[in-house]
Design a protein around this ligand. Structure first.
Ligand SMILES: [Zn+2]
Length: 236
């Protein structure tokens, strides 16, 4: 014999499992979306980094030209005060060399500037292509978080209800119930309202079913096949 509160306890515990499963599903979906989002973010980031790197390269080249120009100015001053023809010639050669460097670097700069334009296009293309997806994913994540919070609250409240029922049932009956739960894979009370035992799946003959229903006492009657306590959902 088992008291009827334990049937309520079983129903609450099954509901708790359902809620936890649902919450877990929401979390799994959220994790999947977060992975997707960071994949997309990496793609956008990658295009941005390539552009930034090129811009840095351009800045270095421009700095190099500036440095060379300053160097030429210095050499020109030195040229004024050259003490020998040899030194004068040497300075002239150095100036020519620096001017050469500037020309070469300017050619490089033109190339890099073209590359920058292409990378800017690529970056905005990637952004335009993926940003709507990214926004959609973030919106869905927010929804999932809200849903998960609702489930969390439901879980908390059902846990309180479970505790309440447990505190109203004597310890030894609770441990008996726990043992039966182990034995019957979580389902100690089995609904037979459909004409079959919810627990073992046996369909009763109509004679047997009528007999079971007529003598049914929740917490006392058992399924003749599996031994679970039976009840009729529609009678409750
Ligand atoms: Zn059964």
């Amino acid at each position: 014999m088992l008291r009827e509160e334990l049937l309520k306890l079983q129903q609450k515990e099954i509901e708790l499992i359902r809620l936890k499963t649902k919450k877990k599903e929401l979390e799994t979906e959220k994790e999947k979306l977060e992975r997707e989002a960071s994949k997309i973010e990496r793609k956008i980031e990658c295009a941005k980094n390539k552009l930034e790197e090129k811009k840095n390269e351009l800045k270095e080249l421009k700095d190099f030209v500036k440095y060379k120009q300053e160097r030429i100015e210095e050499l020109k001053k030195q040229k004024e005060s050259a003490r020998s023809r040899e030194e004068f010639k040497k300075i002239l050669r150095a100036i020519a060399k620096n001017e050469d460097d500037i020309i070469k670097t300017r050619q490089q700069i033109t190339g890099v500037e073209t590359e920058i334009e292409a990378l800017k296009d690529a970056y905005s293309k990637v952004k335009n292509q993926f940003e709507p997806d990214l926004n959609r994913i973030h919106e869905r994540i927010e929804e999932l978080e809200k849903e998960a919070t609702i489930y969390e609250k439901k879980i908390e409240s059902i846990l309180r209800e479970i505790e309440e029922i447990k505190s109203s049932v004597p310890e030894e009956e609770l441990s008996k119930f726990e043992r039966l739960k182990e034995k019957f894979s979580g389902l100690v009370f089995s609904d037979i309202s459909t004409g079959a035992c919810e627990g073992c799946g046996i369909t009763y003959s109509s004679v047997e079913f009528k007999e079971l229903l007529s003598k049914l006492k929740a917490g006392q009657s058992k399924c003749p096949y599996c031994g679970r306590f039976i009840y009729n959902k529609n009678e409750r």
